[in-house]
Write a new protein. Sequence first.
Length: 574
Amino acid sequence: MDAKTFDKSKMPSRHATVGPERAPHRSYYYAMGLNAEHIAQPFVGVVSCWNEAAPCNIALMRQAQAVKAGVREAHGTPREFCTITVTDGIAMGHEGMKSSLVSRDVIADSVELTVRGHCYDALVGIAGCDKSLPGLMMSMVRLNVPSVFMYGGSILPGKFRGRDVTVVDVFEGVGKHAAGEMSDDDLHSLEAVACPGAGACGGQFTANTMACVSEAMGLALPHSAGAPAEYESRDDYAVASGKAVMELLREGIRPRDIVTRKALENAATVVAATGGSTNAGLHLPAIANEAGIDFDLMEVADIFKRTPYIADLKPGGKYVAKDMYESGGVPVLLKTLLDGGFLHGDCITVTGRTIAENLQGVDREPDEKVIYPVSNPITPTGGVVGLSGSLAPDGAIVKVAGMSNLSFRGPARCFDSEEEAFDAVNGGRVKDGDVIIVRYEGPKGGPGMREMLSTTSALYGAGMGDKVALITDGRFSGATRGFCVGHVGPEAAEGGPIGLVRDGDMIAIDAVAGTLDLEVSEADLAARRKAWKPRPSGHESGALWKFAQLVGPARYGAVTHQGGRAEVVCYADI
């Protein structure tokens, strides 16, 4: 294959590289060491979310160099750039978490603007932490140029007193420390060893959930989601991703050929089967929006409900991402689900082949411990469940993986911010049986829809994880465990019922029936609704204010634009 194989007259890069009028543009490329042959080849954007904010991202620039080698080997011209990441582990538990979800859309927007501004023909994206994964996938579907996604890899587990630990053990250690069950020295010793090197959090939290999604949806090469960040095999997948995007360009296969309704259903199936992060209920509708596909939270939840939970992964189970990788990785999981009739095998992927074709020859081990057979699942329905009812007319979501009690009823304890709730938990002012309400933390009301890992971890550390419930119009970390209901809609800032709850109101949750009800008469609610007034968020300028003006409901992905259904001209066709 050489540059002549590609018809540049039909590619976006022609606008910046072809013809006498583009001589000034080409002079910039000569300044960077390119020659006429390089300029005549397709231009491939290679974007990573590299930064020094957290270990999730520090290996990404190394992997980007390997991607570029693959692009060059396949006769493309790579153009590397970086975009932002807000890392949840650092942002958690304070005002910084308001930036997390906002960053997802900023990532998608920044990639779109970089590719549009420089007229790139294809895209390879490498992400490490939480919102950066869906952010890059959203940009790929939005731009619709041939694209390959690659996960930067998970962190290896830390070791503390002979057992594997993750950062979640440290969050829960804070609760134990507050309860007097962990000393200052022990907490320090734990924090020093929990995260031993590069990579994203090792359990089936948001990063690993969305990494599994990338393979299930077909945007990533088989096996690429599994290898830990520090493994040298990561670079091999990176080279292969660079070559694969050139083949997609040659064949004319684009993200919207891959991300179909059936592919999104496959992605939701894998989230449920792995007991994955509730954040997937936010990100899958957002990715669907870029393609103009209707796929909201409750439709995602319907798939969760009919999918068996078969991967025994933390935080609800025993194992971490490295263990699943060593058990055959996402392909073994997909093959197990496909053979059980839970996947659409005819969906095309970035290999140019279908899911079923990719999985030919993949066999599961007969004594598998991490991935159960569908005939003997951990539980017969998914590890994530959708709820609706008088407290959540627009739906809510709860992660039930690893839980034995699937119903809860108790009196409300209301807090109008996460900080208020955390202080109450840490100060021992929450009682067994309480239903903690954390509101005005939704997409608009936060703004930014914060995660509540600090509060839920403090509950577990204090020994109350299975003795209380927590309900919020905000989000939960993929690392959260316990009876924690998030994404409640409409949110409090929009006048939703969660904003009308008062201390002592009885609330009933039933994850089997899928209901979430506020046991208050409609007459009383009507009176409260009449007296309710919107609250100022405290953010009247800057990025958080802009997000609050644009963001839609959590049910539809908390997106900030109309998506593919309103598109007039697709970038890939300019």
